[in-house]
Design a protein around this ligand. Structure first.
Ligand code: C2E
Ligand code: CA
Ligand code: CA
Ligand code: CA
Length: 280
């Protein structure tokens, strides 16, 4: 940097612009952020389409960065995945979501306890400790395994199908539910649906958003729902934004739906308010 004033070190500081250095910095901050509890979990309602009531919530991680503000997964998930930090991050999210889910199960007056869905990345799926991590978290909070759904993308399953099958089978034997996330964006979908012990198929938002305006998307969504039902699992639509999309999905027999039409991801406090009946 040239010495030409008080802020001179900022003017030509290469670390300001070099993406590799920025990534290193962010990675260090993320590691520190996980340790010092800067991560948060927000929850997006998953609605039962036939009753119009909340069935479960999907845990979505956020990072309350001390100076950069509230960061979204797009700002740091890839970095966590590539660096391996996703293991610590993912374990934290899993434990936190189960802790919160246990709290809701114990305090909410609902007759049906609220289910919790948690995302797993490719690296988490292929982590030899994953099954132990999930089992330990369930035991620690005495959380009913049937209330937990693990969402795994089609892409992650295809990374190493043989290992994926073993891991899914072991997870299944814990009693947890399994979902294929972003369904339709990968390629070998049909084979996996047949071979993997899956409970739920989440139709990717890119198809749901074209419902009503794009004949191809209508056909794809309809086929996904029929396919799910043909193999005896439920169909979940993600990214439902309009009432027209909702009614179309209802007509097609879709089981669950989530999206901004119902609610954006909310803080745990907002979910508590949502599931607590109003007094008046
Ligand atoms: P995803 O699992 O497909 O999650 C759905 C994403 O779509 C979320 O973004 C959600 O906020 C957003 N979304 C929901 N409804 C709508 C809608 O109606 N319209 C639009 N435009 N968007 C909608 P978010 O929270 O930014 O998460 C992005 C991705 O980051 C997730 O995609 C998931 O792949 C990943 N992710 C989030 N949390 C975790 C986590 O704890 N662990 C792992 N491994 N991945 C996570
Ligand atoms: Ca998901
Ligand atoms: Ca998804
Ligand atoms: Ca998606």
């Amino acid at each position: 940097a040239k010495a030409n004033g008080r802020n001179s070190w900022n003017v030509h500081d290469p670390s300001e612009t070099d993406p590799a250095i920025n990534r290193m910095r962010l990675l260090g901050e993320l590691r520190h952020g996980i340790e010092t509890k800067q991560l948060r979990v927000h929850y997006q309602p998953r609605m039962d389409m036939s009753t119009g009531t909340i069935n479960s919530v999907e845990a979505l991680v956020r990072w309350e960065h001390p100076t950069r503000g509230l960061l979204q997964p797009i700002d740091f998930i890839d970095l966590a995945e590539e660096s391996g930090l996703i293991r610590d991050l993912g374990t934290w999210v899993l434990q936190e979501a189960i802790r919160q889910g246990t709290h809701w199960a114990q305090t909410s007056p609902r007759s049906e306890p609220l289910g919790i869905a948690v995302n797993l990345s490719t690296r988490q799926l292929l982590d030899p400790h994953l099954v132990d991590t999930v089992a330990t978290a369930l035991e620690r909070y005495d959380f009913a395994p049937g209330l937990l759904t693990l969402e795994i993308t089609e892409t992650a399953l295809m990374e190493n199908p043989a290992t994926a099958l073993q891991v899914l089978t072991a997870l299944k034997s814990l009693g947890v539910g399994l979902a294929i996330d972003d369904f339709g964006t990968g390629y070998a979908s049909l084979t996996y649906l047949k071979d993997f012990p899956i409970d739920e198929l989440k139709i990717d938002r890119s198809f749901v958003s074209g419902l009503g305006s794009n004949d191809g998307d209508n056909a794809i969504v309809q086929s996904c729902i029929q396919l799910a039902h043909a193999v005896g699992i439920r169909a979940v639509a993600e990214g439902v934004e309009t009432d027209h999309q909702r009614t179309t999905l209802l007509t097609l027999g879709c089981d669950l739906a989530q999206g901004y039409h119902y609610s954006k991801p909310l803080t745990p406090e907002h979910i508590t308010t949502w599931i607590t009946p109003r007094q008046s």
